[in-house]
Design a protein around this ligand. Structure first.
Ligand code: MRU
Length: 369
């Protein structure tokens, strides 16, 4: 391990990496959160050592970690870091932990996994405060909860992959958008999970990855992680999707999501809606891979999902230099909403959900495991 120019731990350059083992975006080690700085991929692999909830807040806000499940996991560890720093008065512990969680909840608005994970940590903190007077015991309990959220996400992603795999057959071309892979989750990803399982089973898929303007999660992250795994992946600019569909190269589209409303409307990375419209026009199935933690039955429809707007420079300086006149007006929403009628099926850890989504999503939460 060598120290790089960034204040973090530089493991290796991606080109020098020998292993096909996936890069994990988050690890808990010796009381610290190791966070892969995804902004530096695919050029550098740098793990940041985070010791405070404020650093975790910044990591999520600045998209050092990104992807709905991964930001939920990071926030859960952020609560642990906050609890560990709470000195003294145990009467104050629950108030302190709750305040840390509420602050972390302000880091990004759209992915519901962030709020899901923080609500779970707050509920566990309340139980621990009632059960133990000793702060060390409470803190241990909170760490166990964050580790459980992290581990469960890996299992959930694998199950999503297992349920999605029968939708694909050798020789199929599959288009994906943004990065809903291992980097965005504990491991495997949601939309990319079936690609990893297909590879394990010798099913050859031809994956097309949209570059995903303006932050290029498709080019920098999806193309990177699939290529590192030895999966056949071809990178496309976002505006090429219609052409490749019209050529008959795409048999299915699969994407991840940041929040699914009760009626099945899906918020995901900007550009997802256009892809769904194109898929409909070409009669191509459009799948969404989602853990239950991304389904928000409290939000009735996609129109009510808060959509993050990001800074203008992501659009005007996207390639390391100015690419638009200074002073230009910019609109930079990070997500869009795909209406449920454009979605063929939603693949969860509990199985494949088909329309009518309102009833079928609600019944997922009633089913015993
Ligand atoms: O802005 P990002 O990179 O956090 O957006 C990520 C996405 O839109 C993903 O598709 C979504 O979070 C699902 S990740 C399994």
């Amino acid at each position: 391990m060598t120290t790089g120019q960034h204040s973090g731990i530089l493991n290796s350059s991606p080109a020098a990496r020998q292993s096909r083992e996936p890069l994990l975006s988050l690890r808990w080690k010796d009381g610290k959160l190791l966070m892969l700085d995804q902004r530096l991929l695919p050029e550098e692999i740098v793990f940041l050592e985070l010791t405070t909830p404020e650093e975790v807040w910044d990591g999520i806000h600045a998209m050092k970690v990104r992807g709905a499940p991964a930001i939920g996991i990071a926030a859960a560890y952020g609560v642990v870091l906050g609890a560990n720093a709470c000195q003294g008065d145990s009467d104050n512990w629950l108030g302190h932990v709750t305040a840390v969680a509420e602050h972390l909840a302000t880091s990004r608005p759209t992915a519901v996994n962030l709020f899901w994970a923080l609500d779970r940590m707050k509920a566990r903190a309340a139980q621990l405060a009632a059960e133990h007077a000793d702060q060390a015991k409470r803190n241990e309990g909170l760490l166990a909860e964050a580790i459980a959220i992290h581990r469960e996400d890996e299992e959930v992603c694998r199950k999503i992959g297992e349920h999605a795999l029968p939708l694909f057959a050798s020789g199929m071309g599959v288009l994906t958008h943004c990065n809903a892979g291992g980097l965005a989750t504990a491991k495997y990803g949601t939309a990319l999970a079936p690609f990893y399982l297909a590879q394990e089973q010798g099913i050859d898929l031809k994956i097309y990855a949209d570059e995903t303007r303006p932050v290029l999660q498709g080019a920098r992250l999806t193309a990177f992680e699939l290529q590192q795994a030895g999966i056949d992946v071809t990178l496309l600019c976002d505006n090429m999707a219609g052409l490749v569909m019209s050529k008959g190269w795409i048999d299915a589209v699969i994407v991840g999501t940041d929040r699914i409303a009760a009626n099945g409307d899906v918020a995901n990375k900007i550009g997802t809606y256009s892809l769904a419209v194109l898929a409909k026009a070409h009669n191509i199935p459009f799948y969404v891979a989602s853990p239950l933690s991304t389904i928000d039955l409290e939000t009735e429809s996609g129109q009510l999902i808060p959509i993050e707007e990001r800074p203008e420079h992501e659009v005007t300086e996207g390639f390391g230099k100015r690419t638009a006149p200074s002073g230009i007006k910019v609109f930079n929403p990070s997500f869009d909403v795909t209406p449920h009628h454009l979605i063929t099926a939603i693949i969860t850890e509990k199985g494949v959900v088909k329309p009518p989504f309102k009833d079928n999503l609600a019944s997922l939460f009633k089913k015993a495991d």
